[in-house]
Design a protein around this ligand. Structure first.
Ligand code: FE2
Length: 231
């Protein structure tokens, strides 16, 4: 096992675009997130700053999804469709976990500015499983991180995000897949995500706009209306 493997540089996981142009942001995000091997992080954090409002922020998320779908179509012939979309206040600490979804899926999470501090971490469980000779699904059943059974084995594969600034708008893109690695049939390789909220405050909010995206045949209509994200 190579403990150096997941030592991602700041630039590889943190984006701070000068302009909120969805096309150019998508060109940076897609290769970092939609990985089919272990040469990319499988996640990235985009700091959008504070010069935007919640409605504009959700529009940017929708535009980013559309642009990423275009990149995915050009690369694979398939597109991206929303599986779910929601907006909620969340201040609970969550262990490293995979959200329930199909074998190949992405999360695009939009964090609104909050006075509640939080930290985010990712673990490259797909690479860890690969190094152990397991499929991601086998890894999750043998080392379920929700119960703390994977803390030691995942430590060299875990990255704490150095740019998760609670006072700014942030979009976090995560490869949430559990597909097995294959040379002959490339499939998205996922990572686990978790958040720590050291001091929850019931008088404050920590709003997350949460969407899950799946790779689907081109032309498939969205089953979830993204306007659900709009107030
Ligand atoms: Fe989650």
């Amino acid at each position: 096992m190579n403990a150096e493997t997941r030592n991602w540089s700041h630039e590889s996981i943190c984006l701070r675009p000068r302009e909120l142009d969805a096309e150019s942001i998508a060109a940076e995000v897609a290769p970092r997130t939609c990985r089919v091997d272990f040469d990319a992080p499988g996640f990235c954090v985009i700091n959008v700053g504070r010069d935007i409002n919640p409605v504009g922020f959700r529009q940017l998320m929708a535009d980013l999804k559309r642009e990423m779908a275009g990149i995915h179509e050009a690369a694979s012939g398939k597109t991206l469709a929303y599986l779910s979309a929601g907006r909620f206040d969340q201040q609970e600490t969550t262990r490293l976990h995979l959200d329930g979804g199909p074998d190949e899926c992405l999360l695009m999470l939009g964090y609104e500015p909050s006075r509640v501090d939080s930290e985010m971490a990712f673990a490259d469980y797909a690479k860890c499983a690969f190094d152990l000779g397991l499929s991601p699904e086998q890894f999750m059943s043998e080392y379920n991180p929700m119960f703390g059974h994977a803390d030691d084995v995942l430590r060299p594969y875990t990255t704490r995000v150095p740019c998760f600034s609670p006072r700014d708008y942030r979009i976090v893109c995560i490869n949430n897949s559990c597909a097995a690695y294959s040379d002959s049939r490339p499939a998205w390789q996922g990572v686990l995500h978790g958040a720590t909220v050291p001091a929850p405050d019931a008088s404050e909010s920590r709003v997350i706009n949460s969407t899950m995206l799946a790779s689907v045949p081109a032309g498939t209509p969205d089953t979830v209306d993204v306007s659900q994200l709009t107030d």
